[in-house]
Design a protein around this ligand. Structure first.
Ligand code: NIG
Ligand code: FE
Length: 434
């Protein structure tokens, strides 16, 4: 079982004085978990907003959430060391980005012209481009270079409001290089303010040296990679890219079963390009979250409802694949599937901005601004099994907060392509101040 090194839940500080307060927020979006964690169906629109809202923080924990009037009478306002006036501003929980691939070397901006000339993602991969190009470059990169690359991405994510993220290995595909990537994640988690949850994705592609011998590569994952990575406590989750021509249903099942036996929590990439009945497998394996789901069939989606699988939708990916087909988010919400949103940041789809993802989700998947914000905070915290610590602004939770230079939550998708962040507070510290 993976043990995170950072978070120890603190006792409640109900009697103590805050060291930071935020007051007069035009809209304080609390995401109170009384409305569900994860939220489903109509509750996906419930933000639990307080107007003229206030928050008080002691160390890294929220100790008060309510109205500004009450905050002023409850505490000795003049003596509070740090005070932020959030008049005309929107205050929300920090974004939780639950599906990313940030550790890689090299870039793939050249693939845009290939796509413009009509080449598909799988064709580019077959020619040794795509994931395989990134694998070649990542294998050759020293650990220090991967840490340096990752740090740059994390700084930008933080400046756009992300306070916790999941990230995956998957550009190594040998035991040693997968371990190198997971070590880079661990180093970054220790040195950077953002919290990073590590996922092992050895099953991201069939490495070139195993061409036409995919089953042997699966055996390597099962008999060597998973045991060594678990022994080193380098991953919380195990993911698989289950897709036609990549890992089959049978191979994916085998990997996830082994991962579970070793105490890793399963998640999966499914039905991105072809419907392989991945949603059914996600339900059967009781994965915590399943990503992509563009082509999933109705029976599979219904099975996911029964198994409480969270659908992590990644609208940046069809955008970068130049496809007009997005995951059927409205159908999923009607069925009662909890939706989370993520950037899927990778060399094919490179954005650090959850604000951009919210815009794509609203305009291309027809989520409402409220649903998109729920999917980027409390529901994405659930996708990482961290809803007891983050994803909402409630007493006892971590002080991970965004203050937006925007009057209300409808602005998040509406004013797009720019950074609306005014301040980011992570673990009670102001880490971004624009
Ligand atoms: O989630 N689909 C598989 N993996 C990534 C893409 C990785 C890449 O193209 O480098 C994804 O989209
Ligand atoms: Fe992905």
């Amino acid at each position: 079982m993976y043990v995170a090194s950072t978070y120890v839940k603190k006792e409640m500080f109900s009697e103590s004085e805050p060291d930071l307060v935020i007051f007069h927020a035009n809209e304080l979006v609390t995401m109170n978990t009384a409305f569900g964690a994860p939220r489903i169906g109509e509750d996906m629109s419930e933000l639990a907003i307080i107007h003229d809202g206030a928050l008080a923080i002691k160390d890294d924990i929220i100790i008060y959430v309510g109205h500004t009037d009450e905050l002023m009478s409850k505490f000795t306002f003049g003596e509070i060391p740090r005070k932020i006036d959030a008049s005309n501003k929107l205050v929300t929980p920090g974004f939780v980005d639950p599906h990313t691939h940030i550790i890689f070397d090299g870039t793939r901006e050249n693939e845009l012209s290939m796509k413009l000339n009509g080449k598909s993602y799988l064709e580019i991969l077959k020619e040794g481009g795509g994931i395989l190009k990134t694998v070649r470059e990542t294998r050759n990169a020293p650990l220090e270079k991967l840490v340096e690359n990752g740090k740059k991405i994390l700084d930008r994510m933080m400046s756009y409001g992300t306070t916790t993220l999941e990230t995956k290995s998957g550009y190594g595909l040998t035991t040693e290089s997968e371990i190198k990537i997971l070590k880079a994640i661990k180093i970054l988690n220790d040195l950077h303010p953002l919290d990073i949850v590590p996922t092992f994705l050895g099953a991201h592609a069939i490495p070139i040296e195993y061409e036409n011998r995919a089953d042997e590569y699966v055996d390597l994952i099962i008999s060597e990679m998973i045991p060594r990575i678990v022994k080193k406590n380098l991953a919380k989750f195990c993911d698989v890219f289950c897709e036609k021509g990549i890992f089959s249903i049978k191979q994916s099942r085998k990997i996830l079963k082994t991962a579970k036996r070793y105490g890793l929590i399963p998640q999966i990439h499914i039905d991105e390009i072809v419907d392989t009945n991945g949603a059914q497998l996600a339900a059967e394996m009781n994965v915590i979250q399943a990503g992509h789901l563009l082509k999933s069939n109705l029976n599979g989606l219904k099975a996911m409802v029964q198994a409480n699988v969270i659908a992590t939708l990644l609208p940046g990916t069809p955008f970068c694949l130049m496809s007009n087909e997005y995951a059927p988010a409205r159908k999923m919400i009607d069925l009662g599937i909890p939706i989370a949103l993520a950037t899927d940041l990778n060399p094919n789809c490179w954005t650090e901005s959850m604000q951009m993802i919210i815009t794509l989700a609203c305009y291309n998947m027809r989520l409402s601004p409220s649903e998109a914000l729920v999917a980027s905070t409390i529901n994405s915290a659930c996708a990482l099994q961290m809803q007891d610590e983050i994803g909402s602004l409630e007493v006892g939770k971590k002080a991970d907060i965004i203050i937006f230079d925007a009057p209300n939550h409808n602005f998040l998708p509406y004013q797009f392509g720019v950074n609306l962040v005014s301040k980011v507070i992570k673990n009670g510290n102001i880490v971004v101040d624009n």
